[in-house]
Write a protein that binds this ligand. Structure first.
Ligand code: TTP
Ligand code: MG
Length: 358
């Protein structure tokens, strides 16, 4: 089989399934996890039993209760879901370290060089055996197709999209299924008479590119099953840096500058490799008397530019410290990451969901 290497895992009714697992009384019942109906709360997610009534994410609790008067609404317990998310990741990590988490319950795993279908099945089974939760798993040869695949037989699905099946599977799908097509783009495409992926493939390319620019090219590629974006492993930690204790305490500013330059070069190498951008730069000093000071600058724009990071580090050292003692240790750390290649329509800003509860 061609190079099947990408697995996409998306847990089924994630928050709701955890609550049902942990409370027998909720099993097989229409339940939702979400805010308080009295205080205009919204549904975070609904169990599949509740979805039959039309209850879904982002709907107001009040509306959900009109659609399904027996609905049991459980408050969000984000701490618990984060623990489960970590447990799921521990399973992924047995098979590959190239894991790109998309949200608490969703991730891409690049298993190049191994048998992706076999591993996909094992991951699904291990999640169920160890955590008593179901996942939908998609396997294909790129991110777009594996994500599409995991959605096809949800819940508890396992779907493989091989190259030979791409046209048959994609052609009849509504263009909404293409990555990056939200309601606005959908409407624009509909106005051109494009409703299915097949319609888009048959349309004059130049017109699409003219109208949608770079995004147009991307849409045509997706429609043809082409997606070259790599799986981008995320740093689990929130910062990246280097520090060193000098063999002898230093009082020469030029040496400190030089040291910061070396750190910056290493750090920029790493952030470029993983395609991160950073916003905050921190310099740390431990003096000869072992007292420690740290100073930071947060840039207006995220960067991975070596010169910007070097200059900022120098600026912090020169203007934010008052170095009167010899320096025993110097450190440079970058933090506040952003991920420039974030697939546009992945709503998955974990913070967006958790900010209120955390
Ligand atoms: P999803 O994977 O979109 O939804 P789901 O896992 O509940 O259901 P399924 O994948 O089977 O369709 O989101 C994962 C979790 O993120 C979800 O359980 C709750 C949370 N979430 C919100 O809090 N608000 C939202 O608007 C969405 C879409 C999800
Ligand atoms: Mg899910």
């Amino acid at each position: 089989m061609e190079n099947m290497n990408i697995i996409h895992v998306d847990m089924d009714a994630f928050y709701a399934s955890i609550e049902q697992r942990d409370n027998l009384k909720l099993r097989d019942k229409p339940i939702a996890v979400g805010g308080n109906p009295e205080s205009r709360g919204v549904i975070s997610t609904a169990s599949y039993e509740a979805r039959k009534y039309g209850v879904k994410s982002a709907m107001s609790c009040r509306k959900a209760l009109t659609l399904c008067p027996d609905l049991i609404i459980i408050p969000v317990n984000i701490k618990k879901y984060k623990i489960v998310s970590k447990e799921i990741h521990e399973i992924f990590k047995k098979y590959s370290l190239k894991i790109e988490p998309i949200s608490l319950d969703e991730a891409f795993i690049d298993v190049s060089g191994q048998n992706a279908i076999e591993i996909g099945k094992r991951i699904k089974k291990e999640i169920y055996d160890n955590l008593r939760l179901t996942a939908s798993v998609g396997v294909s040869y790129n991110k777009f197709l594996s994500k599409l695949a995991s959605d096809i037989n949800k819940p508890n699905g396992f779907t493989v999209i091989a190259k030979k099946d791409v046209d048959r599977i994609l052609n009849p799908m509504p263009i909404r299924k293409l990555w990056g097509v939200g309601p606005k783009t959908e409407e624009q495409l509909n106005r051109l008479g494009i409703f299915t992926i097949k319609d888009l493939k048959g349309y004059n390319k130049d017109i699409i590119i003219d109208k949608f620019g770079k995004k147009g090219i991307e849409l045509i590629n997706f429609a043809n099953g082409i997606d070259e974006r790599p799986v981008l492993p995320r740093l689990r930690s929130q910062s990246l840096g280097e520090e060193n204790t000098f063999p002898e305490d230093i009082d020469n500013i030029d040496i400190l500058h030089k040291k910061l330059d070396n750190y910056a070069e290493d750090i920029v190498g790493k952030i470029k490799r993983y395609k991160y951008l950073i916003k905050t730069i921190t310099v740390k000093i431990k003096y000869e008397d072992f007292s420690i000071e740290t100073r930071s600058i947060t840039l207006n724009n995220p960067t991975d530019n070596l010169i910007v990071i070097k200059k900022t580090a120098h600026h912090i050292l020169d203007s934010k410290f008052n170095i009167l003692k010899k320096v025993r240790l110097l450190g440079l750390t970058v933090s506040n990451f952003t991920y420039p290649n974030e697939p546009i329509q992945l709503r998955l800003d974990i913070d967006k969901y958790t900010r209120e509860d955390d």
